[in-house]
Write a protein that binds this ligand. Sequence first.
Ligand code: ADP
Ligand code: ADP
Length: 225
Amino acid sequence: MTVQLEDVTVHFGRTCALEGLNLTVAAGETVALLGPSGSGKSTALKAVAGFVRPSRGRIRIAGVDVTDVPPAKRGIGVVVQQYALFPHLRVADNVAFGLRAARRPKAEVTRRVAEMLDMVGMSTYARRFPRELSGGQQQRVAIARALAIRPPVLLLDDPLAALDAQLRADMLDELQKLRREVPDVAIVYVTHDQAEALALADRIAVMRAARLVDIAPSADLYAAP
Ligand code: ADP
Ligand code: ADP
């Protein structure tokens, strides 16, 4: 599904965290938001997720204006640092949460949770609670939870930051596989790592001081001198 941000502006008190962002992410496309800390990347993603309310502008998903729709009703998968695992639920129940909320049949939930935990290498931790896991392990479960519902829109806020190099490479592979397997998914991927952006994104949007300063296909950046 297509995601559109139209002139989206977000203020926190007197701080302008995001200024007039116009960006369309097509179905099947991955756009990386790349830029230094504090440039507004997370704020843009949180506005799409519905965690922060724009002071100006509109957000559309599949053409529908969702600016006033609560996060849980936007039907999107989200991995952000602040959107932690449910602490009182075991790993498997965390991953099952969205599927159960969508009233999927029990057999499907069981199968899908097993698939997702296998994908992120966390099958042996299914019965653990989040507090019994390392930060990187929690992040992997958060990715499994977000992907379990096969969301048409996926928002990832520096999802690989807490992982070591090997796991990061594995998860990059998994995300590339996801793009092949779910061809219509629109992905917004926040990172400060240019190599990650180049590896995953069709286009890279460069953010600086609350503004989009450049947007170009990754291939053009590869070709740049
Ligand atoms: P990035 O993701 O690029 O690191 P952010 O979107 O998190 O940047 O932040 C953009 C700006 O907005 C920063 O100046 C940050 O301090 C500010 N900001 C972000 N969230 C809040 C908040 N909840 N309250 C006040 N200021 C915020
Ligand atoms: P991220 O890793 O997503 O960029 P940050 O470390 O920037 O997150 O921010 C962590 C949390 O603190 C977020 O909920 C963000 O909205 C909030 N925050 C960020 N900057 C500020 C700020 N200047 N004042 C108040 N809250 C902030």
